[in-house]
Design a protein around this ligand. Structure first.
Ligand code: NCD
Ligand code: ZN
Length: 343
């Protein structure tokens, strides 16, 4: 039986770090294990301009423990007023690695997102020219569409038309939750990739709703039925380079999760690697873990893989049920299964 597993240091291609006290509390849980992460811009107010991204990057670096080696890859929040020149300048400066599309109202702090896609066409055109990827929160917000169908409808109504209108645009379908998304990625092989979260490999919608409501499993896009989870596991462990890790680790205090209308998000930064090792081992694919966590993402983003390595050993990890923050405790995602690998 394999006792240790050494892989190139992973990157997280979708991460929420927040700001202020919460940033200082959660960042070390990522920067301990990950070399880089794509930083989501959904602060209040959002990170919209190159100047906003520079200031946020500086706050992240100031919060980084002195002995951690971590590079935040910044993103801009696409609005209907985004200036293509500002985006291009931030990209040319090496400041941003992507632009993030939130359909208006889709998720936490997405009120400034896009409603009318014709208004962002000039930005998307420029991004296609300069090779800057668009990260998409792939859910429609139409209240008539059932929440479990919002990703599949987004692909048909928004993503596919947008990609046809901007053929050179590089797109990451983020935190995919359906076999529809897996199939769409597989059917279109240029300039298209998808991230998969840790928790969507582990839970289906029964975990949220059957036998009592479990707010800590509620995130967006919401977990779907078991067939979809199995499709995600197959894609993640397949070795197909178009699928890679984006944890979507999204900390909210317990006070904000455990409400009549609680926040969406699972906090997976502290235990993502032990959980992934478990999932890949269950699928007899431990040899493909490195591709998913450390190779496929950099290849898509045109960056070198990390030179440093990380070793997992077969030992039961000690993972706290919660972390303390000045804003209150944040519950760590419970995978509901024993973990056997420790970083
Ligand atoms: C994210 C958050 O809390 O910022 N929540 C989530 O459920 N994933 C927003 C997002 O990525 O949708
Ligand atoms: Zn997210």
């Amino acid at each position: 039986m394999t006792k240790t597993l050494t892989i190139r240091r992973p990157d997280d291609w979708h991460l929420h770090l927040r700001d202020g006290d919460m940033l200082r509390a959660v960042l070390p849980h990522t920067s301990r294990d990950f070399a880089r992460a794509i930083i989501m811009p959904n602060l209040v107010p959002p990170v919209v301009t190159g100047d906003d991204a520079r200031a946020y990057r500086d706050r992240i670096m100031a919060a980084l423990p002195a002995d951690h080696d971590f590079t935040p890859l910044m993103t801009l929040y696409l609005t209907e007023n985004t200036d293509p020149d500002d985006v291009a300048a931030a990209h040319a400066d090496g400041l941003i690695a992507a632009v993030k599309l939130y359909p208006a109202g889709a998720t936490t702090n997405s009120a400034s997102g896009v409603t009318d896609f014709t208004r962002v066409a000039p930005v998307l055109e420029r991004m296609a020219q300069i090779g800057l990827p668009l990260c998409t929160h792939g859910e429609v917000t139409d209240p008539e569409i059932d929440i479990f169908d919002r990703e599949a409808v987004f692909i048909d109504r928004v993503l596919d038309p947008m990609r046809r209108n901007h053929p050179g645009l590089r797109v990451v379908m983020e935190h995919i939750t359906t076999s529809n998304a897996v199939d769409y990625v597989k059917a279109h092989d240029t300039g298209l990739a998808a991230t998969i979260t840790t928790h969507h490999l582990v839970i289906n919608r029964n975990h949220i709703l059957a036998g009592g409501i479990r707010p800590h499993y509620y995130c967006l896009p919401v977990a779907k039925r078991e067939t979809h989870r199995l499709a995600l596991r197959a894609a993640a462990t397949s070795g197909d380079p178009r699928f890679f890790l984006g944890t979507d680790s999204a900390p909210h205090t317990d006070a904000n999760k455990l409400l009549p209308c609680g926040c969406a998000g699972c906090f997976t930064a502290p235990n993502t690697l032990p959980i992934l090792a478990e999932v890949f081992e269950q699928e007899n694919a431990l040899d493909r873990l490195e591709g998913f966590t450390s190779l496929n993402g950099p290849a898509f983003y045109g960056l070198p893989a990390n030179d440093a390595t990380l070793t997992l050993v077969r030992e039961t990890p000690e993972i706290p049920a919660q972390i303390d923050t000045p804003e209150g405790p944040v519950t760590v995602f419970d995978p509901g299964m024993p973990l056997n690998w420790t970083v």
